[in-house]
Design a protein around this ligand. Structure first.
Ligand SMILES: Cc1ncc(COP(=O)(O)O)c(C=O)c1O
Length: 371
């Protein structure tokens, strides 16, 4: 098997999709894939056979959805560019604006276009159950969505939908609290709308998620307001569907600290481990004890902070050994860079019997990103 490599398990992806599609049917809602979290397009035909489309946050994402999922995108960009908007219109079934100014700027173009789209506005309920600021769209002064006071003089004419996104790896009880605030702050507008997009962050494929509660919650909301409900999770689709396999190239020792130098980089290939930050689980790691062996995991870049602390193993690690990072499909695969020119991990598919190399990267991938 080539190394380093992201290995996607197609069976695990399918079982996530089966669960999500059951929830979709039972609750009578539309669940679509957020491309920002997962864009491995070779699996889009599979994903498209379970889900009702995908959401784009850029022109490139909207194009990829049209080309590889064969449907129009639900677009929400933080801002649209004049020179791109005509293309966005052609590629989208829904366009959500982040401000009323942006809507007014493009309103005529939408009206005159022969590509019909349904328009939405992103609101900000200024309430979120997310603690980490980097992932909290409702922190004070957030640029994401408009607070309730922006609609004091009424809901903008021609806007059929309302969009909010305030969750991150959250459960249905977090959504329930959020919906209460949405009703308090925006309830007066809901009856005249056609759809509500409840964003992402619904981690409905995690073992702890109470999907029955979600179904009840969504069914009650849909019945009360007679709205189409759209959820656009990303992480939940690719949750626990694949690993990043790396190899130990060297073992560096300084001041009694042993660092396993890997053929991957945290900053280039697993940036959330440093940004969030979080400590990914690796296969074979054990709890700290008098008999276990402690290492740092070192990235291959020259960035001083490109390492993770304190991993323990039940025997000494050897050069050439493989280190397998769990749950590396969502966000990780879309956020990688070619920093330092370090070899990018290949993308492999495991179908239960065989491993297929779907994509490998070479010098030209590195060179073509620059000029
Ligand atoms: C507007 C919007 N929709 C959907 C998502 C997907 O969220 P998640 O991958 O946590 O489900 C995000 C993530 O940032 C987002 O910003």
């Amino acid at each position: 098997m080539p190394c380093p490599a992201f290995v996607l398990d197609l069976e695990r992806l399918k079982s996530n999709l089966e669960l999500i599609s059951k929830v979709q049917e039972a609750a009578g809602v539309h669940i679509i894939l957020a491309l920002k979290a997962y864009a491995n397009w070779k699996t889009f035909p599979l994903i498209g056979s379970y889900l009702k489309g995908a959401t784009a946050s850029s022109l490139n994402e909207a194009r990829l959805i049209n080309e590889e999922m064969g449907c129009k995108a639900h677009s929400y960009f933080v801002a649209y560019k004049e020179e791109e908007f005509e293309q966005v219109l052609k590629l989208s079934s829904h366009i959500t604006f982040n401000s009323i100014e942006q809507y007014l700027r493009f309103k005529n173009q939408i009206g005159e276009s022969d590509s019909p789209v349904s328009v939405g506005i992103r609101v900000n309920p200024e309430f979120s159950t997310v603690d980490t600021d980097l992932y909290n769209p409702s922190s004070p002064g957030s640029r994401l969505g408009l607070p309730a006071e922006a609609f004091q003089s009424g809901w903008p004419e021609g806007v059929d939908g309302i969009h909010f996104h305030t969750l991150c790896e959250s459960n249905s009880y977090d959504l329930e609290k959020t919906l209460q605030v949405i009703e308090e702050k925006f309830g007066g507008h809901l009856h005249r709308l056609k759809w509500i997009n409840m964003g992402g962050g619904h981690l409905l494929t995690s073992k702890e998620y109470d999907t029955e509660h979600l179904i009840q919650l969504l069914t009650a909301f849909r019945t009360k307001y007679k709205l189409d409900i759209i959820l656009e999770p990303g992480s939940a689709i690719a949750w626990q569907t694949g690993e990043l396999v790396a190899e130990v190239l060297d073992i560096h020792e300084a001041k009694d600290i042993k660092t396993l130098i890997l053929d991957v980089s945290f900053t280039a290939h697993m940036p959330d481990t440093l940004e969030m930050p979080y400590q990914p689980h690796i296969k074979g790691q054990v709890k700290a004890s008098d008999t276990s062996f402690k290492y740092r995991l070192g990235g291959l870049s020259c960035l001083a902070g490109d390492f993770l602390k304190d991993y323990w193993f039940d025997k000494p690690v050897a050069i050439g050994q493989r280190i397998v990072f769990a749950d590396m499909m969502h966000y990780t695969t879309v956020k990688t860079t070619m920093f330092n020119g370090i070899g990018h991990p290949s993308i492999l598919h495991w179908d239960g019997k065989h491993i297929h190399t779907v994509k490998s990267f070479d010098y030209l991938d590195y060179k073509n990103r620059m000029a």
